[in-house]
Design a protein around this ligand. Structure first.
Ligand code: UDP
Length: 327
């Protein structure tokens, strides 16, 4: 298929573009490079530099006879969404509306969307199934949920075939493509920065959660397993239907367990400081992953936490200050 990947210069988008190319698809990346990295775009993918808010250029860009779109472009920092919600309404919601307009104008009928478990907020029941009530607790989650709803209506009204994948915690790297955010707020990259001496220590945000060791529990999924789910989803959209599927392994690891795994993988003593809870962090987020396994035939090839950390470690060592240290 001829596919457009929005946000293909970002972490998930670049790895997904790599996997789509390896599966024999033709890939064009559409990215404004505001948060992504030119160096992350895989060889063989063409780049269109375009912001989703530029509707005329976006509509023209979608005109090349595309079979489908993988929509990863978004702002994705929870804390920033609380202090600057307007960025999230405009970029994530208006940007996605423009994308649907541009797809409709060009007759592109296949869409896979990067959604998030943040749509569920602080669920009462874990593991989280797709019928869990959606009650986001920050504008980031609200913006993704709004787009999920927009896509459902678009599929019903205009015969779009769409699948939203609600990601849990993405981790690891894929060859030359890895995680490079500035500022970095995620646990595993920060642990590895502390291991490299680039941070004096890693903070454990909250040690009084109602979990076995008092630290928050998350469901980590290898970015290549995540990317494979996008490939399967793009192949299996059905016109007029919008499916929402959770994408996680169904296994929870606490912050302390992740730090122990990183010590094991790196062989380094990683300095740790206990700190108060980070605002808005739920105690436990673990996916019920039966639906995606049944509906897409997806299965994880790298479910072990140590594999995710060791792949992230290889990327961190070859890119000590992110992509810029490499270009
Ligand atoms: N966390 C932490 N120290 C850090 C970064 C994160 O203790 O430096 C915790 C965070 O509070 C959460 C978990 O690790 O409970 C995963 O956080 P991350 O930001 O990686 O992903 P999130 O679950 O927030 O999307």
């Amino acid at each position: 298929m001829r596919l457009l990947v929005t946000g293909g210069a970002g972490y998930v988008g670049s790895v997904s573009a790599r996997i789509l190319l390896a599966a024999g698809h033709e890939v064009t990346v559409l990215d404004d490079l505001s948060r992504g990295h030119r160096e992350a775009i895989p060889e063989g993918a063409e780049l269109i530099e375009c912001n989703l808010l530029d509707l005329p250029k976006l509509t023209e860009s979608l005109g090349g006879g595309f079979d489908g779109v993988l929509h990863c472009a978004a702002f994705a920092l929870v804390g920033e969404s609380v202090t600057q919600p307007e960025l999230y309404w405009r970029n994530n919601i208006t940007g996605s509306l423009n994308l649907l307009d541009a797809m409709r104008a060009n007759g592109v009928k296949r869409l896979v969307f990067s959604s998030t478990c943040a749509c569920y907020g602080e669920p009462e029941v874990v593991p989280i199934a797709e019928d869990c009530p959606t009650r986001p607790v920050n504008p980031y989650g609200e913006s993704k949920l709004a787009v999920d709803r927009m896509i459902s209506a678009e599929a019903a009204a205009h015969d779009l075939g769409a699948i939203s994948l609600r990601y849990f915690n993405v981790a690891g790297a894929s060859g030359p493509c890895g995680e490079d955010h500035e500022p970095e707020t995620h646990l595993i990259p920060n642990i590895l920065r502390a291991a490299q001496g680039l941070l004096p220590h890693v903070s454990i945000f909250g040690t009084d959660y109602p979990t076995p060791d008092g630290t928050a529990v998350r469901d980590y999924i290898h970015v290549e397993d995540l990317a494979n789910a996008h490939l399967l989803a793009l192949e299996q959209t059905v016109q007029g239907s919008h499916k929402i599927l959770n994408l996680g392994n169904g296994n929870g690891f606490s912050v302390r367990e992740v730090i122990e795994a990183a010590r094991r993988v790196t062989g380094l003593e990683i300095p740790v400081v206990e700190a108060p809870r980070r605002e808005g962090d739920p105690p436990m987020l673990v996916a019920a992953s039966a639906k995606i396994r049944a509906e897409l035939g997806w299965e994880a090839k790298r479910p072990e936490l140590d594999t995710m950390i060791s792949d992230a470690w290889a990327f961190a060592q070859s890119h000590p200050s992110g992509y810029h240290s490499h270009s």
